[in-house]
Design a protein around this ligand. Sequence first.
Ligand SMILES: *Cc1c(COP(=O)(O)O)cnc(C)c1O
Length: 361
Amino acid sequence: MKDFKQRNILLNPGPACISSRVKKAQIIPDICPREREFGDVMERVSKGLLGFVKNTNNASCVLFGGSGTLAVEAALSSLVSSKHKLAIINNGAYGERMCEIARLHDLNFIEFRSDVLELIDYDGLLGFLQKERPDFLALVHSETTSGLINDLKIISKLAKPLGIKIIADCMSSYACYELDLKEVDMIIASSNKNIQGMAGVSFVIANDDLLEGAKYAKSLYLDLASQYKYFKKNHQMRFTPPVQTIYALDEAIRELEEEGLENRYKRYEESNQVLREGLLSLGFEVYPKNGAGVIISAVMLKDGMDFDKLHDYCKDRGFTIYPGKIAGLDMFRIANIGMIDSWDMRLFLEILKEFERDFKS
Ligand SMILES: *Cc1c(COP(=O)(O)O)cnc(C)c1O
């Protein structure tokens, strides 16, 4: 079998670099996904995904075929009935996306807006929640727009005493940060970020009673309670699953179990640290200055620096970087997720240095 000798380093915020081992796990004899043996694989995957979250004794993981946004849309539209009130923290593109979902599904919702590059004013948030008394608070844990972390521990301490259920888009924090169902009520993530699998599966983790109650969808496909009940009964998705992606995810879970969640966090943290320090020493401005996680860095382009030129220069040398205008500022983003480590970051910093030298005139 072809061994993947060419190594492209993806520094975009997912899909991330994945191992040959995970890629190869997709190549399997033809199988009808309605067969029992495939149901067993999905059952194992679902349990495996739960295993990276704390306090899941009464919880399940519901799988959908589709990218992360699908699971966010399914969760919000299924949970919030016409009698409910939803609050959404909006401090980046993915918070904004939740608002768009709420608008399209005609949900009764209110927005808590906050600066894209600054920490949330938690006192302000508390006041907002006390005044509005929503049933659900939806938010993005790691805002992939900027790398800003919305602190689940703090937010949980504010919202829980008010009886508010927390729905967290953990797309770019799951499988790196330790998440806890005592802090958040619903966790949403996907197969192609820190878990280091192929794109195509998204999932929702929550306690069974919450999943069973998520029955207000006005869409056939995005119906969380139905997907949950069907899976529980049949060990199957209701509709055709992305078979090969699930085999890859099964392998990616094993890889993470072997590496350990804590070690994955440490690996990402080290990459992030090397990257940040290197960028600063090259004279770049790196954001967010406070509250950044270990996943994503937003970097300001220097005066006269052309993103497309930089992108092509890095790409020719095996590194893919990602654009990202934030709040009208000319930035690009580096995600240090996937099967890469701090040595790749050092290499990338060398390339940046050479770029600056080559284009200095
Ligand atoms: C990646 C991501 C998503 C999902 O995006 P898709 O393109 O649908 O996979 C949602 N929220 C956040 C915070 C993300 O990083």
